[in-house]
Design a protein around this ligand. Structure first.
Ligand SMILES: CC(C)C[C@H](N)C(=O)NCC(=O)O
Length: 494
């Protein structure tokens, strides 16, 4: 009898302080507001916040303004931080989009979680093969199609809606929540490293944990991500005649820049995926038996993956090798050639100057600075052998390091509990082949613990035509974030 009354008093006290976790009320609230959430995503997707196209910089600035306004509307303590300017190839200078930060709560007795996300997107044009307008969010069979829907606008909104739900129901946030939202992630998070260093003892001083939801599951099963690959992105430019030439009039008289460029590109990677640049794979960490066992357990169906991406045959014929080459071995990808003729029709041009864009995904213990030298030396050596009169320039544009976390950390235990609560299953522990450039800087500079908590689907088509997020992942993902904040509040304070 005594215990019952004490328990009731404790419950009443915590309810009066707003501490009680009424999860069902929160999820009901999310369900009831899902049309608004989809509408908000539609508004965000309609802004062409392409960070790689400098002619779209005003749109990107507008996008950052929309984020700022949203967070101010929620009564967050909002700040807009300058990250400097970008020098363009013609020598002109334009501002980087400002970084938006916000803080909700500053209770010293609570943990402080910093949610990082980005609202810039990759380029997309309808004529690239999209079935719908990439900037007009379109729902088909429960999927919300639009550029940036999954990468990373819906996850950022889901985090915002998670905080909003607590506030709307007058429930105290179980942890303090900070946001750091940027607009240059897709081009290597330019300027953000410097900001993180400058804010180490300011914005980050009270942050305990950093959460990133900028990746996807590996299958239909929810996942927690504990590693990302880095990226070294290169421009290799070959310049020859002073202007474009006619392949009939001049063809045969000149050593063509494009021929040189294709020849040197062909020395980067073999048909079977072996990187041919001397020394590049020397630093790659050994693939341990323990890792192999972990990969064996991952719920990943190669055939579904093969069909989803639409290829005849994958590079490897067993799950472990395939996952290892997606997650923890480097690879070379050739993305495009600027200056090359790529329009419709049969233009018979000899381009005077062509620039190849290629990248090498980085894994522990590769160092982008070392890779930069290896690639530059290699390309110049191969070019030298051709005795071409043309000029070669090689430049590394992005040098992002890989990131790896300790899955035994309490953040991951909290993630498991949150996933179980929302989806009723244990999450998979996975790595990610893509790059979140700032992740490693967060880890090295702030020394905070990081978790990646994805809500994107395995088939969302990031950077591709018809990118989407499912309504299910967006809405249940919002519930996951609500549950996660609660679970983090149970991590013992040091
Ligand atoms: C799946 C990636 C980690 C998503 C991320 N937003 C991204 O696209 N990063 C750039 C990259 O090229 O990997």
């Amino acid at each position: 009898m005594k215990c019952v009354s004490v328990c009731v008093v404790v419950l009443m006290m915590s309810a009066a302080r707003g501490h009680s976790f009424r999860f069902n009320d929160l999820t009901d609230y999310v369900d009831k507001h899902q049309e608004e959430y989809v509408q908000a995503l539609g508004d965000w997707v309609s802004i062409e916040s392409d960070s790689s196209d400098v002619t779209k910089r005003a749109e990107l600035q507008r996008m950052m303004g929309v984020v700022e306004e949203k967070l101010r509307g929620m009564k967050g303590n909002v700040d807009v931080m300058d990250i400097g300017t970008q020098m363009l190839e013609d020598g002109s200078v334009i501002p980087f989009p400002k970084v938006v930060t916000a803080a909700f709560g500053e209770d010293e007795n609570k943990h402080t979680v910093c949610v990082y996300g980005h609202v810039d997107v990759q380029p997309a044009r309808r004529e690239d093969g999209w079935a719908t307008d990439p900037y007009n969010l379109t729902e088909i069979n429960g999927n919300l199609y639009g550029r940036g829907a999954s990468d990373n606008k819906a996850p950022v909104l889901a985090w915002i809606h998670a905080v909003e739900a607590y506030k709307a129901l007058d429930m105290e946030l179980p942890v303090n929540v900070k946001f750091l939202i940027e607009g240059m992630e897709e081009t290597g998070s330019n300027g953000l490293d410097v900001l993180v260093e400058a804010q180490r003892d300011a914005f980050f001083s009270d942050v305990d944990y950093i959460v990133i939801s900028d990746c996807g599951w590996q299958s239909a099963r929810p996942a927690l991500t504990y590693g990302t690959r880095g990226n070294s992105y290169f421009y290799a430019q070959v310049e020859g005649p002073k202007q474009d030439l006619h392949s009939g009039v001049d063809g045969g008289a000149v050593i063509e820049p494009m021929t040189d460029l294709i020849a040197i590109l062909d020395t980067l990677i073999s048909a079977s995926g072996q990187i041919l640049i001397p020394g590049v794979t020397d630093a790659v960490a050994n693939f341990t038996e323990e890792e192999r066992k972990i990969y064996e357990e991952v719920d990943f169906d190669m055939e579904t993956y093969r069909r989803t991406i639409g290829v005849e045959r994958l590079m490897y014929d067993n799950k472990v090798d395939l996952l290892a080459h997606l997650w923890r071995f480097p690879t070379v990808s050739i993305h495009g050639i600027e200056g090359a003729f790529s329009g419709h029709g049969t233009k018979t041009v000899i381009p005077a100057k062509v620039t190849a864009k290629f990248s090498i995904r980085q894994v522990p213990n590769m160092e982008p600075a070392v890779v930069e030298k290896q690639v530059t030396d290699h390309l110049h050596a191969v070019f030298e052998q051709r005795k071409s009169p043309n000029k070669l320039k090689v430049k590394m544009i992005i040098g992002a390091k890989p990131w790896l976390a300790d899955t035994k950390h309490a953040l991951y235990e909290a993630g498991k509990r949150a996933v179980k609560r929302v989806f009723g299953v244990e999450p998979e522990l996975i790595r990610e082949g893509g790059t979140i450039p700032i992740a490693r800087t967060f880890q090295d500079v702030t020394e905070k613990d990081i978790i990646m908590l994805p809500i994107g689907g395995f088939d969302d088509g990031l950077h591709s035509q018809n990118e989407k997020i499912s309504r299910y992942n967006y809405i249940e993902g919002t519930k996951l974030f609500i549950a996660y904040l609660h679970e983090v509040s149970h991590i013992k304070k040091d």
